[in-house]
Design a protein around this ligand. Structure first.
Ligand code: 3HC
Ligand code: NAI
Length: 645
C-alpha cells in the first residue's frame, strides 16, 4: 500500500500520510510527498491541499533508522522547499506530534492547524544533531529569534495551544481535524495568502543576546555538542540570507549526524523504546490500576505517593503511628507545595493532588487497593511484618510490591499467600522525579504481575528496566563497584578532588565523593555494618573510616570534604587527609581523562558480570539504569556503550 494517498473534497485535495508506526519520513514517504506536489500542481480542479496523517500522530520526524546510511533523494530540505513553492497552498493538519522533520514539513506548508491535544517541536538536539531541513531557519521567521532559540536548543516540544501564541500554528481545534482543516483551507482561499515562512523577515536580536544565550545553553547542555551547534545555526539564520543559512544548517546537520554523540544518543533513543516492552509479555494484559496504597511516608514513600498522584491514581498512605503519619502527610504536602512554588503545578492542581490522598494507620483501608507499594525501613523483620498485615488486609489479587534497595525480595515474598502477585519495584530518590524504575520479579511472580509493573512505569512516565535478584540489583551493584574503584584510586594516592573533577569533566553533575557527601555516607555504612553483623566478610572501606569519625557528609558539616556553614561547595579537608593517611599507600598520578576512562571501565566490567549472570537482559538496559538513575551523561550512551566504542 502507498504511504501517501490523495483524495478530493471539491476544490480541496486531502493528502494522507500512512507510514506506521509514527509516519517517519522514510525515503518512500519523501518520494510520495514529492510526487503529490507535482500531481496536485498539475490538477486544475484543486485550489488548496490539506496534509493530514493516519494513525497515532502527524509526521514524527526523519526516519532515525536511516541515519547510519547514505542520504537518499529526495532530500528533506528540498521536499520542504517544494511544498512551500507549490502552486496551491498546503495546510498541515496536525494531531499527535509534529516533530523534527515532521514540523519542518509543516513549516513548509503555508498554514499549520492542529488539534488542541497536539504538540510541535524540534527535538533533534536530543539525538545529537540539529534540525536538518530548515528548522533553525524557518522557525525564527515564524516565531521570532528568542522563541526559536528556546525551542531548538532545548529540543522540548510545546502544546499546540502554546504554539498558537508563538505564531508557529495558525489555528487550533477540538473535534474533527480533517473537517476543520478543510473548512480552514476553504476560508483561507477567500483571503490574500500570507507570505511563505522563508520570505518572512527576521528581526535580529539586541547586542549581547548571543553571548548570553551561549552561556546559558552551554550550562544546560552539560557537555552535549548539538545545542551549541544549533545556536550557531540560529545565529546564522538571523544574520545571513535564507539560502546561506540553509546551507550552513545542512552542513552542520551532516557533520553531526555521523558524530559519536549522535550515535550514542540514537543508541539511548532505541534503548528507551526496547526496555519497556519485554517480548515475552507482548500478549499479557496488565491488571487494572485504579487505586494504590503506599506503606511508609518517609523519603521514598512520600515520593512514590506523589508519583502515583501525578498519574491521577488515588493513594492511601499508611504509617506506623499518628506522629509518623503527620510527618508523612507533611512530606507529601511539601512535595506538592514545592512544585506549586516552582510553577510546575497550579495551586488548584497541588490541592487536587493532596485531596486524592487518604492517610491512616489502619491497614483495613487497603481492602480494595489494586496495588500496594511498601517503603518502610530497610529491615527484613519490619518489612515481613508489614507484608503479613497486607496479606490479611488486601484483596487476594491485589499486587504487592517492595521498594527495598538491597534486601532479597524472595525473603519478603516467602510467607506471602499468592506470591505470584508480589514484585520488587525499586524507585530512585526523589521518586516523583527520577525516571528509572527497576522492576525485580521473584521466581513466583506471574507474567501478569510483571506486565502490570511495566504498565505502572508507563502510567508514571518512568523508564522501566527489569533486573534479576542480586545485591543492589543492577544500579546499586554498579554504584558499589564505582565507589570502591574510586576509593582504590584514593588509596593509590590520587586526590579525592581530582577524581571528582575528572568525573565532572566526563559529564556527570558530580563526582563520586561529592555525591556521597550530598546523599550521606551513613546509609551505605549501615548496610555494610549489617552485613558484617550477619557474619559476612566486608572489608573496611575509606568511607567507614570517615563515618566512624563522625563525618557523614554535608549534613554533619563534612564527609569526604569540609563544608562551611550554609555553603554546599566542597573544600578539600586536612582532617580527611589525616584520617586516611594510613590507608594511602601509593603516590600515583593520572590524567583526568584516564581517571574517567578507568572508572567507566569499572562500571562496564560490573555491567558485563551482571549480563553474564543474566541479571540484566541487555547491555542497553544497563546503560539506561546508569543514565536515568545515576546521572551518567546521556550523550555518552551509558557505560556499556562507551567502553565498546
Ligand atoms: N524514526 C524511526 N522510528 C521511530 C521514530 C523516528 N523518528 N520515532 C519513533 N520511532 C519508532 C520507535 O522506535 C518505536 O518503534 P518500535 O515500536 O519498533 O519500538 C515506534 O516508532 C513507536 O515509538 P514510541 O514508542 O516512542 O511511540 P509513542 O507513541 O510513545 O511516541 C512519538 C510517539 C512522540 C512520536 C515518539 O516516538 C518520538 O518522540 N519520536 C521521536 C521524534 C523525533 O525525535 N523526531 C526527530 C527526528 S530527527 C529529524 O527529524 C531530523 C530532521 O530535522 C532532518
Ligand atoms: P525513611 O526512613 O525516610 O522512611 C521510612 C518510613 O517508613 C518512615 O516514615 C517510617 O515511619 C515508616 N515505617 C516504618 N515502619 C513502618 C511500619 N511498620 N508501617 C508503616 N510505616 C512504617 O526511609 P526511606 O529512605 O524512605 O526508605 C524506605 C525504603 O526505600 C527502604 O527499603 C530503602 O532501602 C528504600 N529505598 C530508599 C532510597 C533512598 O534513596 N532513600 C532509594 C530507593 C529505595
Amino acid at each position: 500500500m502507498s504511504v501517501v494517498t490523495i483524495a478530493r473534497q471539491g476544490e480541496i485535495a486531502i493528502v494522507t500520510v500512512d507510514n506506521p508506526p509514527v509516519n517517519a519520513l522514510s525515503q518512500a514517504l519523501r518520494q510520495g510527498l514529492w510526487d503529490a506536489v507535482g500531481t496536485l500542481d498539475a490538477d486544475p480542479q484543486v485550489r488548496a491541499v490539506v496534509l493530514i496523517c493516519a494513525g497515532r500522530t502527524f509526521i514524527a520526524g526523519a526516519d532515525v533508522t536511516e541515519f547510519g546510511k547514505p542520504p537518499q533523494e529526495p532530500h528533506l530540505p528540498d521536499l520542504v522547499d517544494r511544498i512551500e513553492g507549490a502552486a496551491k497552498p498546503w495546510v498541515a493538519a496536525i494531531h499527535g506530534s509534529a516533530l523534527g522533520g515532521g514540523f519542518e514539513v509543516a513549516m513548509g506548508c503555508r498554514f499549520r492547524v492542529g488539534l488542541d491535544s497536539a504538540s510541535v517541536g524540534l527535538p533533534e538536539v536530543s539525538l545529537g544533531i540539529v534540525p536538518g531541513a530548515s528548522g533553525t531557519v524557518r522557525t525564527p521567521r515564524l516565531a521570532g529569534v528568542e522563541t526559536a532559540v528556546d525551542l531548538v536548543t532545548s529540543g522540548k516540544p510545546v502544546k499546540a495551544t502554546k504554539a498558537l501564541t508563538m505564531g508557529l500554528i495558525d489555528a487550533v481545534f477540538a473535534g474533527d481535524l480533517q473537517a476543520n482543516a478543510v473548512a480552514f483551507a476553504r476560508d483561507a482561499l477567500t483571503r490574500d495568502l500570507p507570505p511563505p515562512a522563508s520570505a518572512r523577515p527576521i528581526t535580529p536580536p539586541d547586542a549581547g543576546f548571543w553571548d548570553d544565550h551561549r552561556k546559558a545553553v552551554a550550562k544546560a547542555a552539560k557537555g552535549a555538542e548539538a545545542p551549541l551547534r544549533a545556536l550557531d545555526c540560529l545565529r546564522k539564520a538571523a544574520e545571513a540570507p535564507f539560502a546561506e543559512a540553509m546551507a550552513f544548517e545542512r552542513q552542520t546537520f551532516l557533520d553531526l549526524r555521523g558524530s559519536d554523540q549522535a550515535a550514542a544518543l540514537r543508541h539511548v533513543f532505541f534503548a528507551e523504546r526496547a526496555a519497556p516492552r519485554p517480548a515475552h509479555l507482548k500478549d499479557v494484559d496488565p491488571l487494572p490500576l485504579r487505586s494504590a496504597g503506599v506503606i511508609g511516608g518517609g523519603t521514598m514513600g512520600a515520593g512514590i505517593a506523589a508519583a502515583l498522584r501525578d498519574a491521577g491514581i488515588p493513594v492511601t498512605l499508611i504509617e506506623r503511628d499518628d506522629q509518623a503519619l503527620e510527618r508523612g502527610i507533611s512530606n507529601l504536602r511539601a512535595i506538592f507545595d514545592g512544585a506549586a512554588k516552582r510553577g510546575k503545578l497550579t495551586e488548584a492542581q497541588a490541592a487536587d493532588r493532596m485531596a486524592g490522598v487518604s492517610a491512616t494507620t489502619d491497614y483495613a483501608a487497603l481492602s480494595d487497593a489494586d496495588l500496594v507499594i511498601e517503603a518502610v525501613f530497610e529491615d527484613i523483620a519490619v518489612k515481613c511484618a508489614v507484608f503479613a498485615q497486607l496479606a490479611t488486609a488486601c484483596r487476594a489479587d491485589a499486587m504487592l510490591a517492595t521498594n527495598t534497595s538491597y534486601l532479597n525480595p524472595r525473603l519478603i515474598a516467602d510467607d506471602l499467600p499468592n506470591p505470584h502477585r508480589f514484585i520488587g519495584l525499586h524507585f530512585f530518590s526523589p521518586a516523583n522525579v527520577m525516571r528509572l524504575l527497576e522492576i525485580v520479579p521473584v521466581p513466583e511472580t506471574s507474567d501478569r504481575t510483571l506486565a502490570t509493573g511495566f504498565a505502572l512505569a508507563r502510567m508514571l512516565g518512568k523508564i522501566p528496566v527489569q533486573s534479576g535478584i542480586c545485591e543492589g540489583f543492577i544500579g546499586n551493584r554498579i554504584l558499589k563497584r564505582y565507589r570502591a574503584s574510586a576509593e582504590a584510586l584514593v588509596r593509590q594516592g590520587i586526590a579525592i578532588a581530582e577524581i571528582d573533577a575528572a568525573m565532572r569533566a566526563y559529564g556527570f553533575a558530580m563526582g563520586p565523593f561529592e555525591a556521597q557527601d550530598l546523599g550521606g555516607l551513613d546509609i551505605a555504612f549501615l548496610q555494610r555494618e549489617g552485613a558484617r553483623a550477619a557474619g559476612q566478610d566486608v572489608p573496611e572501606t575509606l568511607g567507614d573510616i570517615l563515618v566512624r569519625a563522625g563525618r557523614k557528609g554535608q549534613k554533619t558539616g563534612g564527609g569526604w570534604y569540609d563544608y562551611a556553614f550554609g555553603d554546599r561547595r566542597p573544600q578539600p579537608s586536612s582532617a580527611v587527609a589525616d584520617l586516611l593517611a594510613g590507608a594511602i599507600t601509593g603516590a600515583t598520578s593520572m590524567e583526568g581523562d584516564a581517571i574517567a576512562r578507568h572508572l567507566v571501565g569499572e562500571m562496564a566490567a560490573e555491567g558485563q558480570a551482571i549480563l553474564d549472570e543474566g541479571i540484566a537482559a541487555r547491555a542497553s538496559d544497563i546503560d539506561l539504569v546508569e543514565i536515568h538513575g545515576y546521572g551518567f551523561p546521556r550523550w555518552r550512551g551509558g557505560p556499556m556503550w562507551a567502553v565498546n566504542r
